[in-house]
Structure formats: C-alpha cells, structure tokens
Design a protein around this ligand. Structure first.
Ligand SMILES: *[C@@H]1O[C@H](CO)[C@@H](O)[C@H](O)[C@H]1NC(C)=O
Ligand SMILES: *[C@@H]1O[C@H](CO)[C@@H](O)[C@H](O)[C@H]1NC(C)=O
Length: 361
C-alpha cells in the first residue's frame, strides 16, 4: 500500500474508533438526559461525562468501533459486602434514543428507583439488561419479549411487582434470568419451557403462585432452577427429572404437594435438591445409585412417610442430608455415604432408628 493510502486508512480507523471525532450529537444528548435524571454524589463518576466525545473517557460508556454509536453503558456500584457508591434518581426514557445500545448495566447502586422504562423493549440490539440491587418498582414491561437478542435479564433485589409478562417466553436468546427478591406475583407462563437457551432461572423470594409448568422438562440447557420462597402449589412435574443438565433445584418454602417424582432421584448431575418446607407426601423414591452425587439434599419439613430408601447407601456422595420433620419410619440404611451424618439429619420423624439414632428394637 502506498504510504499516503496507508495514512488515510489509519486516519479513518482512528476516526471510527472515536479518536477525537466525537460521538453523534444525538447520542451525546441522550446520555446527558439520562445523566440528568440520576445523581451519584459520592464517587463523582459523572464528572467524566464532559466534552463532545462521549465515546472516549466517559466513565462506563463505550461505543461500537465501526459505527461510532453508543453501544454499552456499564455502571456498577459495589456489591453488598463492600461499601460502594450510591445513586439516586431514575432511568430517563431518553435512554431509548440510543438505539444501538447492546448493554445497560446499572447494578448495585441501592437507591435508583422508578419504573423500568417500557421503551427499553424497543432497543433492537439489547443483549444485557442488568439492574440488580436498586429500588426499581412497577412491572417488567409487557413487551419484554420483543428483545429477540436479550441474553441476560437481571432485575433481582428490587421492588418489581406485577406478574411475569406472557411475552417473556418469546426471549429466544435468553440465557440468564434473575428476578429474585422482588414482589412479583401470579403464575409462571405455561410455555416457560420455550426458553430453550436458558441456563439459569432464578425466581426465588417473590409471590409467584400457580404450578410449575411441565414445559420446563423441554429446557435442555437449564442448569439452575430456583423457585424457593414463593407460593407455588401443585405437584413437582415428572418432566423436571428429564432436564439433562439440571444441577441445582431449589423449590423450598412453597406449597407443593404430591409425591417426589422418581425421575428426579434417577436424574444424573443433580447436586443440590432442596424441597424443604412444602407439603410433599408419600414415600421417598428408592432410586439412588452410583449416579447420585449430592452436595445437599434437603427434604425437611414435609409429610414424607415410609422408610428411608435402602438405595441411599449406594449414592456416590451425600454431603448435607436433611430428612428431619417428616413422618418417616423404620431402620436407617447403613453404609459409608451416611456414616458422617448426625442425628439432626433425621430429627422429628415418626419412628426412625439405627445409624446415628438409637438402635432399633
Ligand atoms: C413489540 O412488538 C409488537 C409486535 O411486533 C409491536 O406491536 C410493539 O409495538 C412492540 N413494542 C415495542 C415497545 O417496540
Ligand atoms: C433449604 O431450604 C430451607 C427453607 O427455605 C432452608 O432453611 C435451608 O437452609 C435450605 N437447605 C439447604 C441445604 O440449602
């Protein structure tokens, strides 16, 4: 390449990379409107938001190098354990003028309030929406399902209310969903299992009611399902046992009834199962084996009856076991996976004996 052509190319690259060219004025104005609805008095991060070029040196802002448009706003206060920043105010709908935005992170600022602007659902490229650890209120926007590229939706630890929008199941790229610790009520959409890319579904500590949709059995990538501390009723669907990569399942502190599906105990890879504090009845399925490797198996505070299954001693590993506060009866199976367990694991049952408990008569 002749030297003049080369320097022209380098100049173009430098301009596209935002070197001094400045971001589009409309993006800059949208960012300034977004900033003016927020205040961050302690760290002063917004003091860097000056000058024409919002693509360089504006703290937490980055641009697409080819288009020069604002693509990413990532502002994190520190998480709970460290003393971090505080931010007040709300998200201005003006942010929706940044129509090339792929990432919006406004996480752990503790005090940002107001609604999640519904216009965010019209941002066609949005992949990450992370608003964890603030005081957002109002519902998840109805049209959330329009965000066909959304991979991460995290609004945990806020005051979100309303129900889970029916359109949520249309988020065909969604991999990580965290709605934990809000005030979300109503049922899980019946076609939740359409979320084929979803790997973590964390919905604990809300007011979710209704049943666990059997469509969850179609979720081939689901590794972590946490529905703990809600008002979920009905039976545990058999299909949950056929999700191939499920490794943790928290259904504790709900209103589940019926029996434990045998498929759940015969599934491979499930390492944490918490069904504590429900109204589950019947016998524990006798389906443990060398595939069973539990770091925690908590079935306490239910209405389980009958014996502790003999196959439990065939388990490869049982770290923490809690069968207390049930109606179990009979001799505990004896074997090495259970040797380390204390009487508390079996407390308050009908007539268990042997093992760490008093000998059977
Ligand atoms: C979501 O998509 C529907 C159907 O295409 C459309 O009518 C609606 O206006 C969209 N919502 C937003 C906020 O863009
Ligand atoms: C299971 O859930 C109960 C009730 O929500 C909780 O108290 C317990 O600590 C949990 N067990 C494990 C092993 O996480």
């Amino acid at each position: 390449m002749p030297p003049r052509r080369l320097s022209f190319v380098l100049l173009v690259v430098a301009v596209l990379a935002g070197g001094g060219a400045g971001c589009p004025a409309s993006d800059r104005e949208a960012l300034l409107a977004f900033r003016s609805a927020l205040s961050e008095p302690h760290l002063g991060i917004f003091s860097s938001w000056t000058g024409d070029d919002c693509c360089s040196q504006w703290y937490g802002v980055s641009c697409d190098p080819t288009t020069g448009r604002v693509a990413d706003i990532s502002l994190r206060g520190e998480s709970k354990d460290r003393s971090g920043g505080l931010m007040y105010g709300r998200i201005s709908p003006e942010i929706c003028r940044l129509d090339r935005l792929t990432t919006l992170v406004l996480a752990d600022w503790k005090h940002i309030s107001g609604p999640i602007p519904p216009c965010l659902t019209s941002l066609p490229l949005l992949r990450i929406l992370d608003l964890i650890g603030n005081r957002f209120s109002g519902p998840i926007p109805d049209d959330i399902g329009n965000l066909s590229r959304l991979a991460v939706l995290n609004v945990a630890d806020n005051q979100i209310s309303g129900s889970i929008p029916a359109s949520l199941s249309a988020l065909s790229s969604l991999m990580h969903l965290d709605l934990s610790n809000n005030q979300i009520a109503g049922p899980i959409p019946g076609d939740f299992g359409e979320l084929r890319m979803l790997s973590r579904a964390l919905l604990a500590r809300n007011r979710i009611s209704g049943v666990i949709p059997s469509s969850v059995g179609h979720m081939t990538r689901l590794a972590d399902l946490d529905l703990a501390q809600n008002r979920i009723s009905g039976e545990i669907p058999d299909s949950l046992g056929s999700t191939p990569v499920l490794s943790s399942l928290y259904l504790d502190s709900n209103r589940l009834s019926g029996q434990i599906p045998v498929e759940l105990f015969s599934s491979r890879g499930l390492g944490i199962l918490n069904l504590s504090r429900n109204a589950i009845e019947g016998e524990m399925p006798d389906a443990f084996g060398s595939h069973s490797y539990y770091t925690a198996l908590d079935l306490s505070y239910n209405r389980l009856s009958g014996p502790v299954p003999k196959t439990l001693v065939m388990a490869a590993y049982v770290g923490h076991l809690d069968l207390s506060h049930n109606r179990l009866c009979g001799a505990l199976p004896v074997g090495s996976p259970l040797d380390h367990l204390q009487p508390a694991s079996f407390a308050d049952n009908h007539c268990l004996c042997g093992g760490p408990l008093p000998a059977c008569k």
